[in-house]
Design a protein around this ligand. Structure first.
Ligand SMILES: [Zn+2]
Length: 226
């Protein structure tokens, strides 16, 4: 089997983790999340992890050069993956391309700001037992209180509509040049992430079927033309 290297792009609230869970086993892709990779390195106390930990303890951002190195080590050692969280900027994409790591396709979960606000601003959490709810998709049977412990539910500070809008716009300004680059390379697959989860998953599966069937059966295509 040829290598299968897929990038997953999408703003917070676009449903990336649901898509990653839904397609990774179906297409034999290792589900990689850059933030998780960093945390694992720290937990295993590797050389890389210990350096990352120092920055985390100081409350500083891990330098971009360092992320570059780690991303290269990770991605160049694997043949089948779905990566979320890298590349995040044009600079990161150009770096990894310059190192010879190429992707088969880039899935972009496209969703409107209004829809992201609707999804995230309606999330609620119980401050006492940490149970999670959603006013539209998973409401508490006790109304404004937690079903399990009756505590009044809260919205996390991050889920305030204005904060969500700021994050959404920041994401798009950083990602727009990246999306353009992948579009020029013919790698971009836009998925309508405003759909309900099942619809998003179906579109993603259809896109990946297209990506892999084109690559796996060039002979069949050629024969058809004769
Ligand atoms: Zn509770």
């Amino acid at each position: 089997m040829e290598s299968r290297k897929i990038v997953l792009l999408g703003p917070p609230g676009s449903g990336k983790s649901t898509v990653a869970e839904g397609v990774s086993s179906k297409f034999s892709l290792e589900d990689l999340y850059m933030g998780q990779v960093l945390r694992e390195q720290v937990a295993k106390e590797t050389i890389i992890g210990n350096i990352v930990k120092e920055y985390m303890l100081k409350g500083e951002l891990v330098p971009e050069d360092f992320i570059f190195g780690l991303a290269y080590l990770l991605l160049s050692s694997k043949d089948n993956f779905l990566i979320d969280g890298f590349p995040r900027t044009l600079k990161q994409a150009e770096y990894i391309d310059g190192k010879g790591v190429t992707f088969n396709a880039v899935l972009f979960l496209d969703v409107s700001e209004e829809e992201v606000v609707r999804r995230l601003s309606n999330r609620r959490v119980c401050p006492s037992c940490k149970a999670q709810y959603h006013l539209l998709f998973l409401p508490s049977k006790e109304g404004e209180n937690c079903e399990k412990c009756q505590t009044k539910l809260e919205r996390r500070a991050d889920d305030d509509p204005e904060t969500i809008k700021t994050r959404f716009r920041e994401y798009h300004s950083k990602t727009a040049p990246l999306i353009e680059l992948f579009m020029r390379k013919g790698l971009l697959y836009k998925i309508d992430a405003s759909l309900p989860p099942k619809g998003v998953l179906d579109e993603t599966v259809a896109a990946l079927n297209k990506v892999f069937s084109i690559q796996e059966s060039p002979k069949v295509e050629a024969e058809k033309e004769e």
